[in-house]
Design a binder for this molecule. Structure first.
Ligand SMILES: *Cc1c(COP(=O)(O)O)cnc(C)c1O
Length: 461
């Protein structure tokens, strides 16, 4: 072997020295050793076969960290959402606020007062942690938290309707996604559906005619993921409430997303908030924790003390109950609504509130970073349409911006595949045969990672 090559090989940093580097201390020891071994092996090959000069220790450490990041330790891992769909159901819906995430982690790794009253030393209810917050934010007398909104619908119907009839408009026989169908859930709960009206029009009189001795409740379902337009009508909530109460029946409302603040300020069309629905006299409102509310997966049941009390007695509640992590996420998120500006602090709402002008600034930042690192790419900043997702605001688009790139040497499908398989994975869009990154759903930190990730995807043979 020639002397120069030998000298280069000797200049490679020692394994022990590398393992002592503070940058590597947070990684698992075994994984670290394996990565060090493999990176050094790669460099030996480069020196011998390609006559490359020995790298600096900084370069080697960088390679080791990249290698460690590439080896996915967990099957469930984080990724970068560049699709512009804010509540992407397949990508975990709502992103939780950072301070709240830290709180969740602390509750996870410690004991907590989840069902314990520190004043009395007695057992207490796990729902107490969020009860006051939900009362303040929605005006409800009482509440319950279950696993998700589907579970909320199941518990409410099985408690209140149980074996009797529930009246529901034909315009609201909803399938949410993942084959969750309202009529099926009603059947599962033991209730019998009494359909009234037509797909486009249901009148108060239709509901009235359907009421009979074994009617258990009137149910309204928010048609969250579709919109019937044109010749349509349905009764006002207040009228429906009056009718139900006249017959001593409760009105239940599956609100789907469950908005706590008015989003008209950010340019979205009017949608009633949970508080408004309850103010109109609705007895129970059911909504998700991880749609527009911006917490983790949960179903929230808010309403009259009488109805909620009955649900507390239902054995099914035990099977649907939430754990401490869900409660930590929910309490933390709800507090932000009260103490801070939710449009800034709740990531979902902040992303919806990002104006097109702000998206343009972010897109320009990404384009500039990409141009610096990639000379062969054609890079364009283009306006795009983002969506709320999660079955909320169907048909509405949010005007945003994306960065679209054309590559000379690779098909878009291949590039998209490599981005998906990278660590961290990037889920991109395809627009006119170009790879596109919508900036609305990415943090500034994630945006700064894109040029390097793209480089690694292109270099990979
Ligand atoms: C999303 C939705 C559900 C299901 O909520 P999950 O929290 O996903 O279980 C039920 N009803 C309506 C109207 C919805 O929009």
């Amino acid at each position: 072997m020639d002397e120069w090559v030998q000298r280069q090989l000797q200049a490679l940093p020692q394994v022990d020295l590398l393992l002592r580097q503070p940058e590597l201390s947070k990684w698992n020891r075994t994984a670290c050793k394996e990565a060090v071994r493999s990176v050094l092996q790669q460099w030996r090959q480069r020196i011998v076969q390609k006559h490359m000069t020995a790298p600096s220790i900084t370069q080697v450490i960088h390679d080791i960290i990249m290698q460690l990041q590439r080896q996915r330790v967990y099957h469930l891992h984080t990724l970068i959402n560049a699709t512009g769909t804010v509540l992407h159901t397949n990508l975990g819906r709502a992103r939780i606020n950072d301070t709240v995430s830290t709180h969740i982690a602390q509750i996870a790794s410690s004991y907590s007062n989840v069902e314990y009253d520190v004043d009395t030393g007695q057992r207490s209810s796990r729902y107490q942690h969020v009860q006051r917050l939900i009362q303040t934010l929605t005006g409800a007398e009482d509440c319950l938290i279950v696993n998700n909104n589907a579970a909320a619908v199941l518990l409410a119907l099985s408690t209140i309707v149980s074996g009797r009839e529930v009246i529901l408009s034909r315009g609201e026989l909803v399938e949410i996604g993942g084959k969750f169908r309202i009529p099926e859930v009603i059947k599962q709960s033991g209730g019998l559906i009494h359909e009234v009206g037509t797909t486009n029009k249901t009148h108060l009189a239709d509901y009235e005619k359907a009421i009979q001795e074994d009617t258990g409740a009137i149910l309204k379902v928010h048609t969250s993921n579709y919109r019937i337009i044109g010749f349509t009508s349905c009764p006002d909530i207040a009228d429906l409430v009056a009718l139900a109460h006249q017959h001593d029946l409760p009105l239940l409302y599956d609100l789907g997303s469950g908005l706590l603040v008015d989003l008209q300020a950010v340019g979205l069309p009017y949608e009633p908030t949970v508080k408004e629905i309850l103010q109109q006299g609705c007895d129970v409102v059911l909504f998700s924790g991880d749609k527009l509310l911006g917490s983790g997966q949960a179903g929230i049941i808010a309403g009259s003390a009488r109805c909620i009390e009955k649900m507390k007695q239902n054995q099914l509640l035990r099977a649907l109950r939430v754990d401490k992590l869900t409660l930590a996420a929910l309490e933390g998120t709800l507090q932000l609504y009260i103490e801070k500006d939710p449009l800034q602090e709740i990531p979902v709402l902040a992303m919806l509130a990002t104006s097109q002008e702000m998206c343009l600034q972010k897109a320009k930042m990404l384009a500039a970073a990409l141009r610096q690192d990639h000379t062969v790419l054609e890079i364009e900043v283009m306006s795009c349409e983002d969506v709320v997702g999660g079955g909320a605001y169907p048909g509405c688009t949010l005007p945003g911006y994306m960065v679209a790139i054309s590559m000379p040497a690779m098909s878009v499908n291949e590039c998209q595949r490599r981005l998906r398989q990278h660590n961290p994975a990037v889920i991109s869009r395809i627009h006119q045969n170009k790879i596109a990154f919508s900036v609305r759903t990415m943090t500034d930190e994630e945006i700064t990672c894109i040029p390097q990730i793209l480089k690694e995807c292109m270099d990979r043979s």
